[in-house]
Each structure stands twice: as C-alpha cells, then as structure tokens.
Design a binder for this molecule. Structure first.
Ligand code: GTP
Ligand code: MG
Length: 315
C-alpha cells in the first residue's frame, strides 16, 4: 500500500547535494526507516544504510526533504530505500537549474561550467540581460560573431603549415614555454604532427605543428605529410608559415593568417605578422594576431546577445 511519494527536486546530473522530497504519511515512512520523529521545521543529520550523512528537513506536516551528497550512486541508494519503505517514485525529470527564471538563464547556467576560457564566463553571465533587452534585428553578422565567440567555449584547433626547416616547431616551443617538438637545422625534423594545448592570452587552443612540406621519396615521411594534411583541413583555422628564404607554402593564399618566421634573417613580403621566435621578438604580436583571427576585437566589445549554440532561438 502506498504511504507516500518521493520526487527528486534536483536534476539527475551529479552535484554537491541532491534533494529528494517525500510527501504523504511522513510518520509511517520515518518509522519504517528507523528515523526519530521530527517536528515541522526540524532538521537532523542521519546516516542510513549505505547512505552516509543525509540532512533531513521536515518541511511540513506531510512533507520531508532528504538531502544526501549529490553523487548518482548515493542518490540511487537512498531512492531505493525510500521506495522499499513505501514511497511511490514520481520521476518527472527536473530540468537542470530549476530556479532559473527564463529559458536563456537556464541554458546559460548549463553551459557556464563547460566554458574552455575564463573570458567566456563574464560574457555568458551577461546573456540573460542582453537577450531580455535586445530590441534590434538579428542578422547574419550576429550569427558569424556568435560562431567566432564559440571558440571561447570549445578549444579551437590551429594548424600551422609551411616549408621544412623554417622554424615552425621553434615557434611552438616558444609559445608553450617548453620543448614540445624537436627542432634541428635540417629539413624533415617534425615527422608526425605535434598537438599541444596552449593558452593564447586567455584563450585555450590546441596548436598543431605539422611536418614541413617537401618533396620526399621516404614513404614514412609521405604518410606523415598525408596524415597532417587531413588534420590541417579539419582545423578551426589554418596558419601559413613562411620565411624570407623558403617563401610561402602552396595554399597560403587561402590561409586564415600568414606568419613570417626567422624575421632576424629577413622579412618575407605578405606576412600579416612576423617573429624571430628564439629571441622572442614579435611573439606577443603573433599571439594577438592568432587570437584576433579566431575572435575579432569587435566581437568581444559588442553588447549584442550571443547565440552560443545552434539550438537556441534567434534573440
Ligand atoms: N635565425 C633564426 N633561426 C631560427 C629561428 N627559428 C628557428 N630557427 C632555427 O631554424 C632551424 C629549424 O627550426 P625548426 O623549428 O626545427 O623548423 P621546422 O619548420 O619545424 O622544420 P621541419 O620540422 O623540418 O618542418 C633550427 O636550427 C632553429 O634553431 C629564428 O627565428 N631565427
Ligand atoms: Mg618542425
């Protein structure tokens, strides 16, 4: 015979604390569980079999809340004890962040912990206000800006390609602040492409240092170049690297950015930015140029709403 019902008031996602509410014949459920009677408004900390430290609150004459730690296994064990004690499970799923006032606030609260960059936090927190106050027309430019800003949420992949022996791996090592890729005064030093997670002025990225483009009869080298080519095509942006001696690689016209390397040995015409990595000259400018290619300064300065995922409606 059903004496009461139990419902989760918190979402099924893991959290610090879960809340289960029991409604109905509280005295019968309490005595079956071996709990002492609690007056309305009373609180007690109890351990149940296999469920340590449950805060129990008597919210009303016919309601009581059980607050265990919010790990899914603990919650499942407590639920099964409450069901065995006579509670019917009312399992209407509770949306995450039920206290959110608006759909956009709820969406923001869900995505906030997953943001790859701290720069995203402030921007996301401001979205409920921006969406509420927005009275303009949503344009294709807004969608483009929104898409670029998503690099703050999902670490973008940056592929650097260029001729062999021009300093691509040296640049990566300088940006990473440690030896992540072999460097040598010889062509073909990098074989399989190297992927390193970097922080570019507050923007977390994955930097792909690829083997230098060269004609080779070495089958393993050819395979490494073919594998790297695929990674370059799939990257979020492609950076062409060149130097005054070797020039630009094939395909540099379509690159998102052109970096001139080994600047101390001469300047390559057509570079958006140049550096001499071993001495550090131009490195900060390279970092800023890459960041601005991914996210424009105007994107960060804009006060318009950010549609940070495709399943959000148009503001
Ligand atoms: N003068 C000068 N030498 C540099 C600079 N950057 C790198 N080098 C040297 O250039 C040589 C090649 O550097 P790497 O970083 O291995 O070149 P890479 O483009 O990765 O070469 P591959 O892996 O073969 O494609 C090394 O001897 C570096 O020390 C620079 O800014 N100036
Ligand atoms: Mg290299």
């Amino acid at each position: 015979m059903t004496k009461a019902s139990v419902q989760r008031l918190t979402s099924q996602q893991p959290g610090a604390v879960a809340v289960l509410e029991v409604r109905g014949d509280i005295n019968a459920i309490s005595s079956t569980l071996g709990l002492q009677d609690l007056p309305v408004g009373g609180l007690q900390l109890r351990s149940l079999p296999d469920v340590p430290d449950v805060l129990i609150a008597r919210a009303g004459a016919s309601s009581m809340q059980f607050m265990p730690t919010g790990g899914p296994h603990i919650v499942e064990r407590l639920l099964s004890q409450l069901i065995s004690a006579g509670c019917d499970l009312q399992d209407t799923p509770v949306a995450p962040w039920p206290s959110s006032q608006e759909a956009i606030e709820q969406a923001m609260a869900i995505d906030l912990p997953n943001a790859a960059s701290p720069l995203a936090t402030e921007l996301l927190l401001d979205q409920p206000r921006r969406w509420r106050e927005f009275a303009g027309n949503w344009t294709a430019d807004d969608d483009a800006r929104s898409q670029r800003l998503c690099h703050l949420l999902h670490r973008p992949r940056i592929a650097v390609f260029g001729h062999a022996n021009i300093g691509k791996s040296t640049l990566l090592n300088r940006l990473a602040g440690r030896e992540r890729a072999k460097t040598q005064d010889a062509s073909g030093t990098t074989r399989d492409y190297v992927s390193v997670e970097l922080d570019l002025a507050g923007l977390p990225v994955t930097w792909l240092d690829t083997p230098g483009i060269q004609n080779t009869t070495d089958v393993a080298q050819q395979q490494s170049l073919a594998i790297a080519q695929k990674a370059i095509e799939l990257a979020s942006i492609r950076i062409a690297a060149g130097d005054a001696e070797a020039g630009w690689p094939p395909g540099h016209e379509d690159a998102d950015l052109r970096i001139g390397l080994r600047w101390d040995l001469g300047e390559i015409p057509g570079a958006d930015v140049s550096c001499a990595a071993p001495e550090g000259r131009g490195l900060q400018e390279v970092v800023q140029a890459v960041r601005r290619t991914l996210i424009h300064d105007a994107d960060l300065a804009s006060d318009r709403p950010w549609r940070w995922k495709k399943d959000l409606p148009v503001p």
